[in-house]
Structure formats: structure tokens, C-alpha cells
Design a protein. Structure first.
Length: 443
């Protein structure tokens, strides 16, 4: 039995704050070959599949190791649905840092792709409440998915008794990736996680003394938000962290201040980053031995693999110190947008996403674990086998940086505060901004 995914319920209001900037063109592929179009109705019964025509899929898996996951899906899509033509609408930028604003603008302009990637939890609830995506209950019924996805994950995708997307995977955000050689040289055991943030900082001092000037690698703003959320999990504990999203934990509390100060201290051990720096650079700094540690979601394991790194020999991984037994969760989930140009083709894509082979091939390449519970771990490399075991027994919390815990508007406000803090290092100002953001989003 799986334990419950404890995710604070959120009142989701308003349009996406990130929906800004100009859109010079639609998200949709130009098509002379669309076999069907939809006025946005969702009630038709699922057909056997193979609708034909272009199927434009919007993600941010545009290059590098992330694209390998998408490529695995595209290959299988071609095999399973040879009449359908996959059209790649990916917009580069980790965590959707560029993609989400473009998507929001396209949706607002009534110009949706056939399917897009969103995050289970608050972020997808945004799209549902905005009336931008349609229920796919018929697909779940036809494919028997109610029995193969964890009930608690499905609950996060369900609004008003309807389910609106198909999860492709489960990622873990609170992982520290470690360069074994660098730690060994400094007299540290790369496989032994420090017991808490203070002990971790003490190890960073040893690394500095051993000549590693920036033991911790960071990239742009969203990676800093991810680092911050993991420090808050350590300093507040699971219940305290979960309470941040339903008003039970006061963002103005001394515990949060401690977390923010720890975060500030950690940044003093990190390289300098610009707002838009993407995650592969930070993970590569560990691979190249320029840094000892990178806190990154487990899409990083695909980067290690793509650079020929050997699990256990070249690199190690553990949960961020102080949170062993806690899984900071996020899941990518694919949608059927209202007004999708090729709704039947989109359903083929969703069929593939939810299929056992789709989940197997995609997650093997992506570093995540299958959302389906019936995929055997045997084929997966050691990291994913470990993660599958941890997910079964850990307490689950929701990622801020990846749309599980906070809606798009709230996430944008947190990112702005974190970005400003990177320049100012003013803890009081950061905490005040976080308090204001929580006030306007917790109803
Ligand atoms: C997350 C997404 C992951 C991965 C990561 C880095 O938001 O859920 O699948 O793509 O961003 O880009």
C-alpha cells in the first residue's frame, strides 16, 4: 500500500501571473494534414486510437539529457500510432522557465497546442480552474488507468470529480548529487549524508580548505527556489513545511527565518549564477569536479548518464541533509487543452503517456520513476530502483519550484522574491516578500 501524498490543498484563484510578454505566433503547428478538429468538447467516447494528423506537443524538454526522455516517447509514438505525426513544440529552459509564460500567452490567445506538460497539484489545478483543459475521464475508463496510478496522485489531478491529465512520471527534487573524487580528496565519505544542514555546512568548510572554492553549485532562479524549498523542509520538518501552504505554518515565524538564514549561508559556498542559467551547467560542475554538491531534481541522473558517469564510482546521491525519509515530489502530467486543433491525436499522445511501455521507456531515459505502480523496477538503473523504494516508504511533500505545492501566480511571486534576494542577501526583505505572497494566495 502506498502512503498518502500529503499535499496541502490550495485555493487557486485568478489567471496566471506569469502570463505576460508578447506572443508573436501561436503554439500550434502549421498543418495541412489535420484529420480532425475539436471545438473543445470532451464527452466523445475514446476511440481505439490512430487518429492521424499532426499532434503538436508542448514541453520544455528541448535539449540535452531531457530531450532523450521526450525522444523515447516520440519513437514509441511513431511505432504505436503511425498515422499520427508528432510535432515538437518544446521551448527550452529548465522547469518551464521560458515555456510557461509562452504557454500562458498562447492559451489566453485561444491558440493551444494539442497537448502540454504541466505539474500535478496546484499548477494543473490552475489550468483546470481557468477552463483551459478538458476532462479525460473517458480515456481513463477505456485504458483502465484508475487501477494503475496511485489513488493519491489521481486525487491531485482530479477537480470536481473529473480527471484532467495523464501523469508521465514522478520526480524527486530534494536530492544532493555528489562528486565522489572531490569528497574523498577532502577526507569526506561521499556516500555518507551529513545529518543536518549544520553538519553539511561544516563539510563544505572542509572542502574549501581542500581547495574547492565553491563546494555547492547553483544555477538560475528556479534552481535557487528548489534549494530554498529543501532547506525549509529540513528546518521546518514535514508538518511545518506542509503547513506553509494551508496557513498552518506562519511564513513570518522564527523557524522560517532560520531556514532563510541557512539558505543565505549555503549561498556563500556556491558559485555566482545569473537568473537565467539553466540546470545542466550546475550539474556539470559536479561532474567536472568544480563543485562537490548540486541540489537538483533527479532529471540530473540522466545528465550523469549522458556524460558516461558511473553511479557509485563517479557520483553518489542522498536526500538533502536533515530530510532522510522525505520525498520532495513533483510529477509531469499531460493535458487535453480546450480547443486543441487535433483532439483525437492528442488523445493518442495521452494513451501513449499512460501506457506501460510509454512509462517504462520514458522514465528509463528521464531519471524519474514511473507514475504507474505496475512497472517492474528490474530494468531500471540503481538510482531509479533506489527512488522507487524510497517513494514507497518516505513521507511525501510537494515541490514549490515545480508547481506541486503552489499555483502559477504564487510560484511567480516566490521566484521574484528569491531572485531579488540573490542580489540583496536581505533575509528580512525576503521573508517579508514571502509573507505577502502567502497572504494573497492562501484563502
Ligand atoms: C521540472 C520538470 C522535469 C524537468 C525539470 C528540469 O519542472 O517537471 O521533468 O524537466 O523541470 O527542466
Amino acid at each position: 500500500m502506498r502512503r498518502t501524498i500529503v499535499i496541502a490543498s490550495l485555493a487557486v484563484v485568478g489567471m496566471v501571473a506569469a502570463a505576460c510578454g508578447s506572443s508573436t505566433g501561436g503554439a500550434n503547428q502549421s498543418s495541412t494534414n489535420q484529420s480532425s478538429s475539436s471545438s473543445g468538447g470532451s464527452s466523445e467516447t475514446a476511440k481505439a486510437g490512430g487518429a492521424g494528423g499532426n499532434v503538436g506537443v508542448f514541453t520544455w524538454w528541448a535539449d540535452g539529457s531531457e530531450k532523450k526522455g521526450l525522444d523515447a516517447l516520440v519513437k514509441l509514438f511513431g511505432e504505436k500510432f503511425p498515422n499520427d505525426k508528432f510535432v515538437n513544440l518544446a521551448v527550452a529552459g529548465g522547469a518551464g522557465s521560458n515555456a510557461k509564460a509562452k504557454l500562458a500567452a498562447d492559451l489566453q490567445a485561444g491558440n493551444p497546442p494539442d497537448s502540454f506538460q504541466g505539474h500535478a497539484g496546484a499548477e494543473l489545478t490552475d489550468y483546470i480552474n481557468n477552463g483551459q483543459i478538458l476532462p479525460v475521464d473517458d480515456l481513463y475508463k477505456a485504458e483502465g488507468w484508475d487501477n494503475v496510478f496511485p489513488a493519491d496522485l489521481l486525487a491531485r489531478l482530479t477537480v470536481g470529480g473529473h480527471i484532467y491529465s495523464v501523469p508521465s512520471n514522478i520526480h524527486r527534487a530534494n536530492v544532493v548529487w555528489v562528486n565522489n573524487k572531490v569528497l574523498t580528496k577532502a577526507g569526506l565519505d561521499p556516500k555518507a549524508a551529513p545529518k543536518d544542514i549544520a553538519a553539511w555546512i561544516a563539510d563544505m568548510d572542509k572542502l574549501k580548505a581542500a581547495g574547492i572554492s565553491t563546494p555547492l553549485s547553483v544555477a538560475g532562479t528556479w534552481t535557487q527556489v528548489e534549494l530554498l524549498e529543501t532547506v525549509l523542509i529540513s528546518d521546518l520538518g514535514v508538518d511545518g513545511y506542509n503547513g506553509l501552504f494551508d496557513g498552518k505554518t506562519d511564513w513570518a515565524s522564527a523557524d522560517v527565518t532560520k531556514g532563510l538564514n541557512d539558505y543565505k549561508t549555503l549561498l556563500t559556498y556556491a558559485n555566482t549564477a545569473a537568473d537565467g542559467d539553466d540546470w545542466p551547467g550546475a550539474t556539470d560542475a559536479v561532474i567536472d569536479g568544480k563543485a562537490a554538491y548540486n541540489v537538483m531534481g533527479d532529471w540530473a541522473v540522466a545528465e550523469f548518464a549522458s556524460k558516461g558517469q558511473k553511479d557509485g564510482t563517479d557520483y553518489s546521491y542522498w536526500a538533502v541533509p536533515g530530510q532522510d525519509g522525505v520525498y520532495d515530489f513533483l510529477a509531469d502530467s499531460f493535458t487535453l487543452p480546450k480547443g486543441a486543433p487535433n483532439a483525437e491525436g492528442a488523445k493518442d499522445w495521452l494513451r501513449l503517456i499512460g501506457s506501460d511501455q510509454g512509462q517504462h521507456d520514458f522514465n528509463l531515459a528521464k531519471g524519474s520513476i514511473p507514475a504507474r505502480t505496475d512497472i517492474k523496477p528490474d530494468d531500471f538503473p540503481p538510482y531509479q530502483q533506489w527512488a522507487m523504494g524510497e517513494f514507497q516508504k518516505d513521507k511525501i511533500v510537494s515541490s514549490i519550484a515545480h508547481g506541486a505545492a503552489v499555483n502559477l501566480g504564487w510560484g511567480t511571486e516566490i521566484s521574484q522574491a528569491v531572485s531579488q534576494f540573490y542580489g540583496s542577501k536581505d533575509v528580512a526583505a525576503l521573508q517579508a516578500a514571502l509573507v505577502t505572497a502567502a497572504k494573497s494566495n492562501i484563502k
